[in-house]
Design a binder for this molecule. Sequence first.
Ligand code: ATP
Ligand code: MG
Length: 582
Amino acid sequence: MLACFAGWRLFVAESVINYHEFMSTEGPSNFIRDIIIEDIKSGKYGGRVQTRFPPEPNGYLHIGHAKAICLDFGLAAEFGGKCNLRFDDTNPSKEETEYVNAIMEDVQWLGFQWDGLYYASDYFQQLYEWAIQLITAGKAYVCDLSADEIRAYRGTLTEPGRESPYRNRSVEENLDLFERMKKGEFPDGSRTLRARIDMTSPILNLRDPVMYRILHMDHHRTGNEWCIYPMYDYAHGQSDSIEHVTHSMCTLEFENNRPLYNWFIEQLGIFPSRQYEFDRLALTHTLLSKRKLLKLVEERHVEGWDDPRMPTLSGMRRRGYTPEAIRNFCASVGVSKTNGITQLQQLEYFLRQDLNRIVPRVMCVQKPLRVVIENYPDDLVEEMEAINNPEDSSAGTRTIPFSRTLYIEEDDFREDPPKQFYRLAPGREVRLRYAYLITCKEVIKDSSGRIVELRCTYDPATRGGNTPDGRKVKSTIHWVSAAHALSAEVRLYDNLFVKEDPNDVAEGQDFTANLHPESLQVLHDCKVEPSLRDAAPGTKYQFERLGYYCVDRDSGQRLVFNRTIGLRDTWAKIEKRATTGA
Ligand code: ATP
Ligand code: MG
């Protein structure tokens, strides 16, 4: 336990260091940044820096993409360069305009603005012409092998590949067949265009990779203009080159694609973009794969792409994350050349840090317990002054009505208080935040024995929570006035997956087996202070002593809040330790 605690402290200290590093004008150092500095020094690319962020519009962006965005846009900005947003839309079967729009919204929300906005599909004609150039030079050929056959011919890491029987077609025949592929004369999958490189290369990607396949399918932008579509490897490097991208950053799984990226650029003699790979972000208790997130949406395990439990930027936005928190987190994880796993707590640390700084404090009682102050006048309502944000004096103060009947949190009362429980109990005095000290005199129960009301008294000399005689109370609890409070729904979220690694499943199962059955808990009868009456969707608060919350877009006549993240609750920890013996 002690070691674990020490580890946590160490981690927090490190994050703070990274955070400050990030905030300095220099930017956090990393190997890609070092390469850029070298390139600028040596005058490569004339000292110019051009990057791009190249999402495939086949899903919504997630926190992993945020890391890439911060790097692509951040490095360009740091060195006075430019960053394009380019949709890598070469696969019409999975791409949609809905995703294009969502991606643009999310990039801007995160705080970045692209210089050029492009689509790989803008380059279909150019890519086609380059393919003809490669065929003419004897460097590409039309192959009639099926996808399975191509795979079988390719060989393995230990076995060389075999040459396709179609590899030695004449240039004329290749040009004719490719033209007819384009015209739509052949069915899907019947032919491909392949680069003619080396079937014995130790690099599998260089064993005559496929450049084009036939796909009779409408494209979200080019409609039915094309029925041949370029493969990722044939499109990506050349798209970078067309945009004169100097430093093309992508994740480590593309390391093996780099030789091919370079091969096409060299054969075509076009602008020499270069690719650099960095580690992919992975977070505990969540999944960062559009394909898997799509499955959660399609199978209705979540409400949609912007479900507040999703690691998508739209889900995180709805949950109450700020762009600053996400950017600071991305800076803290840095970039490296080996993949690792980052604790979700690290993200939550930066979230709390930012919210603590900016959001107003208000009072909400999640599980209301009625309190009647017997010696408080029946018809009196006092306005208590409350501080909006102790971290920000410019946020000012507001008033909260106080009256004879209040709600406090059910959890803040114990009829038979255990050791170390310092909140309200029979005969005990506690402070009501910004109001008075009260003492519990009597517990009222219904016929089933459930506690339904507490009878208390207050000390009129303690207004504002001060004790003129200097007597101490061990606890301050939050409350709302029953007659003035507004009803609200509060949605409490927990991790979407129970296991740190959601992919850790028994044979025959998939990651959905690890879904957390109680990742969403809805409280229907919460009470919030009246100042929240007109709270607009997206507005963020700290509910005192409970955590950070934000108004959901479902909020209207009836207020609906999402719990963004809890405060660290010391009592819950003590109690858990007591019950689990941990
Ligand atoms: P997914 O598997 O979620 O679909 P992807 O890599 O296929 O991810 P793209 O739309 O192709 O998604 O990614 C756009 C850019 O974002 C790429 O440069 C990719 O390397 C980067 N990226 C995607 N996921 C992560 C991640 N988890 N961490 C860092 N960068 C990422
Ligand atoms: Mg992809």
